[in-house]
Design a protein around this ligand. Structure first.
Ligand code: F0G
Length: 475
């Protein structure tokens, strides 16, 4: 029996959806309307579980494609809610949608070449095409829906920038609750900060980093009964499952060999694992892809625990003493996350255990990549596709590394998730492209960047036609 099956068989609730503790010795269940971000009994993470036998499950995934013909219905237009039969926790009239999930899976030959793959085998999933420019909208539509079901008037999050932008846009567009966002001062890119401000979210700049901001917001939400929208919220992860549904849909429901995803708070990887476990359980796919989770080297808790210390899911009985001692030592040494990929500058990933489950379910691997590798890969994604923000390029850089190690074969079909839009962090992009071998911008040099192999530097030229023509002829 799979973990998720075990969870559902334990319930005593009459409803078709409920919340359940992920720990096998607890498995406490809670109603769908309750606002919880952890098991009140044992403190572990919660899942959303379904009684699939009593629900209308599609007989095949391609049945969902029929919804393309009824796209005037906002629920069918949404790239999240057209899959609502696979995340059936909300009555249709409660669903909050702003047209999220209109994303695309595209093949990129230049990026395939860079990663060492056969030309047609590298596919980029552009989640930056969401309304707020990142994958977060997949989850925020689900969390906003649940906040509405629970009658929340205030919703909050801590963020490295994208969660806050997403919460803020759902608050401004849906007008159902007020948004309160906590960000680390100086820790988020201007593109993202500008979104939270423009969409009218009350924005608190905490004198600390993301890990500090998350600790504070959790406390605030608990004390003030505010709805928390970070990925400890299990409803958010339900929405993020649909990224995988759309990838499968684009591949005519044939799973790829690999899904490669950047790892920060580990919400995406966790939800991808749940998506595949459920699809398998429902008999809608017969094999799951392998999962590669890629840390930035400066924020590599998962890499250290998974590869360095051998931490595993272990049927839900994770070695908590190992985890606790890792974090105690981190605190004692005051080790802080540090990477130019600010979106994943996180040292205390809240979904660590669920990610371990996903790695187990998908025969996964974990790798870390340097800021140098991230920015080089990002430049390649820009030159060979629609571009992405730095954290997203960790996926391409990770795929390249796994290819070099021979773990990914050149003939494997590899999907890299590009989590955020190119315009999210223009500073990182312009700084890279404006640097040159003898003159690396100090912001990059500080993070160990000593080469800008793919820089496309702007060319200064006098305001003079002949000089301009000289420059063009010399290109
Ligand atoms: N990529 C981008 C662009 C992100 O914004 C994040 C997370 C991740 C990857 C990591 O995803 O947490 O699911 O492993 N950003 C969060 C935020 C933390 O606050 O916007 P994860």
């Amino acid at each position: 029996m799979s973990t998720l099956e075990a969870a559902s068989s334990m319930t005593t609730k009459q409803d078709t959806a409920w919340q359940v503790c992920i720990h096998p010795d607890c498995r406490s269940t809670y109603g769908i309307d309750e606002i919880l971000v952890g098991c009140p009994k044992c403190g572990n993470l919660l899942d959303i579980a379904y009684d699939w036998d009593r629900l209308e499950v599609p007989a095949s995934l391609s049945e969902i494609e029929a919804r393309w013909s009824t796209r005037r219905n906002p629920l069918d237009f949404s790239g999240v809610w057209r899959f609502r039969s696979l995340l059936p926790f909300a009555p249709e009239q409660s669903i909050v949608t702003i047209g999220e999930g209109q994303t695309i899976l595209r093949q990129s030959s230049p990026v395939a070449k860079y990663a060492g793959l056969e030309e047609s085998n590298l596919l980029l999933q552009y989640e930056g095409l969401n309304p707020s420019g990142s994958f977060k909208d997949n989850g925020m539509t689900a969390a906003s829906t649940h906040a509405r079901m629970a009658g929340a008037k205030y919703a909050a999050c801590a963020s490295t920038g994208n969660t806050s932008a997403s919460l803020a846009i759902y608050s401004s567009a849906a007008q159902l609750f007020n948004a309160l966002v906590f960000v680390g001062s100086g820790k988020i890119s201007f593109g993202k900060l500008s979104q939270a401000l423009d969409y009218g979210a009350r924005t608190l700049q905490i004198a600390g980093d993301f890990d500090d901001a998350l600790k504070q917001v959790r406390e605030v939400c608990q004390r003030e009964k505010i709805y928390l929208c970070n990925s400890v919220n299990p409803f958010r992860l339900e929405g993020q499952k649909t990224i995988m549904f759309r990838v499968l849909e684009a591949l005519n429901w044939e799973p790829p060999d690999w899904i490669v995803v950047p790892g920060g708070n580990l919400g995406n990887s966790s939800s991808f694992g749940k998506a595949f476990l459920e699809l398998k359980e429902l008999g809608l796919i017969d094999r799951v892809p392998r999962l590669a989770v890629i840390n930035a080297a400066g924020a590599n808790t998962l890499t250290q625990l998974y590869n360095g210390q051998g931490l595993r899911w272990n049927d839900g009985r994770t070695d908590d003493a190992m985890i606790d001692s890792f974090f105690s030592q981190m605190d004692a040494e005051n080790r802080r996350a540090s990477t130019l990929a600010t979106a994943i500058e996180i040292n205390r990933p809240v979904n660590l255990k669920k990610c371990l489950r996903a790695l187990e379910a998908c025969n996964g691997v974990v790798r870390q990549v340097s800021d140098q590798e991230i920015l080089d890969a990002k430049a390649q994604v820009g030159a060979g596709g629609f571009g992405c923000e730095p954290a997203s390029a960790a996926s391409v850089s990770g795929a390249k590394q796994l290819r070099e190690e021979g773990i990914i074969a050149p003939s494997d079909k590899v999907v890299c998730i590009l989590t955020g839009h190119q315009l999210k962090d223009p500073d990182a992009t312009v700084t890279y492209h404006s640097s040159n071998a003898g003159n690396i911008d100090p912001k990059l040099a500080d993070k160990g960047i000593d080469a800008v192999s793919f820089a496309n530097s702007p060319v200064p030229v006098d305001n003079d036609l002949e000089r301009i023509l000289d420059v063009i002829r010399s290109l």
